[in-house]
Design a protein around this ligand. Structure first.
Ligand code: ADP
Length: 399
């Protein structure tokens, strides 16, 4: 069946049309700068890709309409009519405690997703716009919601509870939720497959290292801990996010600089991480390695901070699971950055795990084992595919 996967941001709409029987992408693309000048990109598999700037895109509705019109266009399209789309799968960022699994969307579900919006004010409202738009344009097609937080709903209470007055959990559901769940789920399953390990008895660690980055401990196929929290700000140092920080330091900076809470949050989310440590040199790891090679000490420090904290999380998750059977790296940095992987694997030497230097040269799209055959357990690079994971979930629910 053909599933249209929609990932709606505040000013963008990413889409992929996937045939879930063959798992082939029929076409994909992105509508950007919605509400501004509008930029439409379309890449049909085997066809001629194009980018258009002359499309009018004042809202997500026009953007989604362009997507549908292009997919069904007699010349550029890959399907002949809307009837060939069996279902639409929507990525939804925050499902709170309400959604531990994907759901068929109806008005009740939209209401509950709206209730979770306070926990993800930048993301959930955009996701709802995407859902409403598709419901309007395809009223007879089932719409499915797939949540970033759902996979981590299996975390035990002692892992998700913050050590603050319990009333904040009772009143406002303040707790750790975790994100990138679709990716952690997809990659952990694939890791068990390629290692020929039984997922139901396994102890796995997944390092999803992209612009946003998180690590998860997957015990017997279930997430039992992950590094992000109530919001995606907790955990690893990231491209522009601080990750873990002493709130006392935040209070001190706010007082010294006379900054408001909003300014502080902006600084921690957008100006911190490796970007902040490198004095705004870059949030892109390629730039940081190049600058470091040219003698830029702060670029080197930013990479050190990132890798050190990553090693700490991996070590912590080995401890909480009382061992580990396999580790996976995924997403932009995880799939491409041999330097980061090398540093982490070297810190596993004490467990009898060693890097295969040649295999570690792997780049995008390559599924490869980067530990030596003698290693006590394997370390893999497993490319993530969140759209395919959403399409699979959608197809499974519709069937
Ligand atoms: P997002 O989380 O924004 O979806 P990705 O998973 O695509 O992002 O990761 C993007 C990041 O991956 C970039 O910011 C960059 O730091 C890193 N990256 C991409 N390619 C490489 C590479 N060849 N070497 C090192 N890092 C890379």
């Amino acid at each position: 069946m053909n599933v249209l996967v929609i990932n709606c941001g505040s000013s963008s709409l990413k889409y992929q049309l996937i045939d879930t029987d063959t798992e082939k992408v029929l076409a994909k693309g992105i509508c950007e700068r919605i509400g501004l000048d509008g930029l439409f990109t379309y890449k049909p598999t085997g066809g001629i890709p194009f980018t258009k700037i002359e499309y009018d895109m004042p809202t997500h509705t026009e953007a989604a309409k362009h997507v549908i019109d292009t997919l069904t266009d007699p010349e550029a399209g890959v399907i002949s009519s809307l009837d060939e789309i069996a279902a639409v799968g929507h990525r939804i960022v925050h499902g709170g405690e309400r959604f531990a699994e994907s759901v068929i969307i109806d008005e009740e579900v939209i209401k509950e997703v709206e209730e979770c919006s306070a926990l993800a004010p930048l993301h959930n409202p955009a996701n709802i716009i995407g859902i409403r738009t598709c419901m309007k344009l395809m009223p007879d097609t089932p719409q499915i919601g797939v949540f970033d937080t759902a996979f981590h709903q299996t975390m035990p209470d002692y892992a998700y509870t913050y050590a603050i007055p319990y009333e904040y959990y009772e009143k406002y559901k303040v707790r750790r939720y975790g994100f990138h769940g679709t990716s952690h789920s997809f990659v952990s399953k694939r890791l068990a497959e390629v290692c020929d390990i039984d997922l139901d008895t396994s102890k796995l660690i997944v390092c999803h290292l992209g612009g946003g980055a998180s690590v998860s401990a997957v015990y017997r196929g279930k997430s039992i801990d992950t590094s992000m929290g109530l919001t995606p700000l907790e955990g690893l140092a990231m491209g522009t996010r601080s990750g873990d920080i002493d709130v006392g330091a935040v209070d001190y900076i706010a007082k010294q600089e006379g900054m408001s809470m909003e300014e502080i949050m902006n600084m921690l989310n957008k100006k911190s991480g490796v970007l902040g440590v490198s004095k705004e040199l870059s949030s892109d790891f390629r730039d940081l390695w190049n600058a470091r090679a040219e003698g830029n000490d702060l670029a080197g420090l930013a990479l050190d901070v990132f890798c050190y904290r990553l090693v700490k999380y991996v070590g912590a998750y080995i401890a909480v699971m009382n061992g580990v059977d396999a580790i996976a790296f995924t997403a932009g940095i995880g799939e491409n950055d041999e330097g980061v992987r090398e540093r982490v694997v070297h810190k596993l030497n004490y467990l009898g795990v060693f890097l295969d230097g040649e295999a570690n040269q792997a780049r995008y799209g390559k599924e490869v084992c980067i530990s030596t055959p003698e290693s006590k357990f394997p370390v893999w690079v497993i490319p993530t595919d969140e759209e395919l994971a959403i399409a699979r979930e959608t197809a499974a629910l519709v069937k």
